[in-house]
Design a protein around this ligand. Structure first.
Ligand SMILES: [Zn+2]
Length: 250
């Protein structure tokens, strides 16, 4: 696990990232990999001299299988609360599903990289039908009483209840899948949106960039791709440009 900023750690699992924020011996875990990443999530926590029991809460950016994989394990084994926006709790319980279907992926299988990627993520549990029955909404409005004082930033679009997390002391923002810095199915690295098939609402995802651009952050911690250092305003501008380019090339 890389310490990307003091007490903020980043780990890459199966083509997806999670983050740990430390305050003394207490941790916040933001996102939780694929179901097949459970051992890697635990190992990443142990690699900084901490224990899975030190996680005070798991924050989910959204309830896609590649971000929620280890959540039930932590809840069942250590009693870890799993927090997200009120809207996303219903998604986590699978009262509905806003995720690219296997058919969506199959229709894109001719694109470079799609086949290798889909085999890799299938091994990590991409097609497992999991739900989080005990998903909880944030207990308070504004900054959370957790290590790093993460502040939820509503960013509806990729999923309706998607949330980014601003980490004020670190000057960083965990952007989840609203703004990524690369993905095996994207041609280039750099701040941009995920391919359209992954976004429940492409229009709303673009609009959600407005929520990010004013944050006092110069470190972007995306759900996919490497952390990006640079002003969030600049990252958002790049993502908007990339989206424009994508529309023209269609
Ligand atoms: Zn997602």
């Amino acid at each position: 696990m890389i310490e990307v900023r003091e007490n903020v750690f980043s780990e890459i699992g199966t083509d997806v990232n999670w983050f740990v924020v430390r305050d003394g011996s207490d941790l916040t875990l933001i996102d939780a990999g694929y179901p097949g990443d459970v051992a890697r999530v635990e190992a990443s926590i142990r690699s900084i001299g901490a224990a899975p029991e030190d996680v005070r809460a798991i924050l989910l950016t959204h309830a896609h299988v590649d971000h929620m994989g280890a959540a039930n394990h932590f809840h069942d084994r250590y009693g870890t609360p799993i927090l997200m926006s009120e809207t996303e709790t219903a998604h986590a319980r699978r009262e509905y599903l806003q995720q690219a279907s296997e058919l969506d992926v199959a229709k894109n299988a001719w694109r470079p990289g799609v086949l290798a990627w889909s085999l890799r993520v299938m091994r990590a549990g991409a097609t497992q039908k999991i739900a989080i029955p005990h998903a909880e909404a944030f207990p308070t409005v504004g900054a959370l009483d957790l290590p790093g004082a993460p502040t939820p930033v509503p960013t509806t679009g990729h999923t309706t209840g998607h949330t980014a997390y601003f980490l004020p002391a670190a000057g960083a923002v965990v952007t989840g899948d609203t703004l990524v810095n690369g993905h095996p199915l994207l041609r280039h690295a750099g701040p941009q949106l995920l391919p359209p098939m992954f976004n429940h609402s492409e229009t709303d995802t673009v609009a959600a960039l407005d929520q990010l651009e004013g944050l006092d952050a110069d470190l972007l911690l995306p759900g996919h791709g490497h952390p990006y250092t640079g002003s969030i305003r600049e990252a958002v501008a790049k993502a908007r440009d990339a989206t424009q380019g994508r529309r023209k090339s269609r």
